[in-house]
Design a protein around this ligand. Structure first.
Ligand code: ADP
Ligand code: MG
Length: 227
């Protein structure tokens, strides 16, 4: 599903070059629940953004669903992103002047689904996730946990094959974080590949595989006991 071979990535600012990923080999199968760990600045977000086609890499190879991702134009990348990937961020990234239902429906707007249909689909998903009563609430009327659930619903609305979550529990208390992991596990049980960047052991412990980045390479890549 996701395959990296000897992948390198540097950031160049002015005359400075920062070599962030220094030869990443990685193989993530369809249906896996994986966590990516590592200290701050170790390249976790960079790696996730490359997987998510939000950033380019310098050398090596990246295959997504058997397709080589290389010098893709933005239109093609956006198409592949819309079709296959869902994103969840630490800061939720909800649109403040739209209600929960409209936020969930947003990806369908970009797919040119008509308003009535996309709102109906968003409501059905919110109902399935036990969030229907929050549909007409604005983000500032929701708790952190509710906002993140809405953000996860927005990631799920276009039926992605992979969910990419960058420190999704970083802004949540431990009880809410644990509930968020229940939701990710449920999503994963339905067959969606889930990749979570985290620096919390309590989160990574609940994933099937733990990958640890250190100084631009994968230092640890282990199967984890299912719990
Ligand atoms: P992590 O998510 O593990 O904290 P990042 O992938 O965000 O790490 O960043 C890795 C390194 O690359 C850091 O030193 C960071 O400052 C640097 N970096 C990240 N994004 C950029 C960018 N757009 N331009 C320049 N440097 C960057
Ligand atoms: Mg990061």
């Amino acid at each position: 599903m996701i395959k990296f071979t000897d992948l390198h990535k540097s950031y160049v600012t002015g005359s400075n070059k920062l070599h962030v990923l220094k030869g990443i080999d990685l193989d993530i199968e369809k249906g896996e629940l994986v966590s990516i760990m590592g200290s701050s600045g170790s390249g976790k977000s960079t790696l996730l953004n490359i997987i998510g086609l939000l950033d380019a890499y310098d050398s090596g190879e990246y295959y997504l669903e058997g397709q080589l991702i290389r010098e893709m134009n933005e239109t093609k990348a956006a198409h592949l992103r819309n079709r296959s990937l869902g994103f969840v961020f630490q800061s939720f990234n909800l649109i403040s002047f739209k209600n929960a239902m409209e936020n969930v429906a947003l990806p369908l707007y970009y797919q040119k689904v008509k308003r009535r249909k996309r709102n109906k689909m968003a409501l059905e998903l919110l109902d399935k996730m036990g969030l229907k009563e929050w549909a007409d609430h604005m983000p500032n009327e929701l708790s952190g946990g509710q906002k993140q659930r809405i953000a996860i619903a927005r990631a799920l609305i276009s039926k992605p094959k992979v969910i990419l979550a960058d420190e999704p529990t970083g802004a949540l208390d431990s009880k809410t974080s644990f509930e968020m992991m229940d939701l990710f596990k449920e999503i994963n049980r339905e067959g969606i590949t889930v990749i979570i960047v985290t620096h919390e052991n309590d989160i990574s412990k609940r994933t099937d595989r733990i990958i640890k980045l250190n100084d631009g390479i994968i230092e640890i890549n282990i199967e984890n006991n299912k719990s």
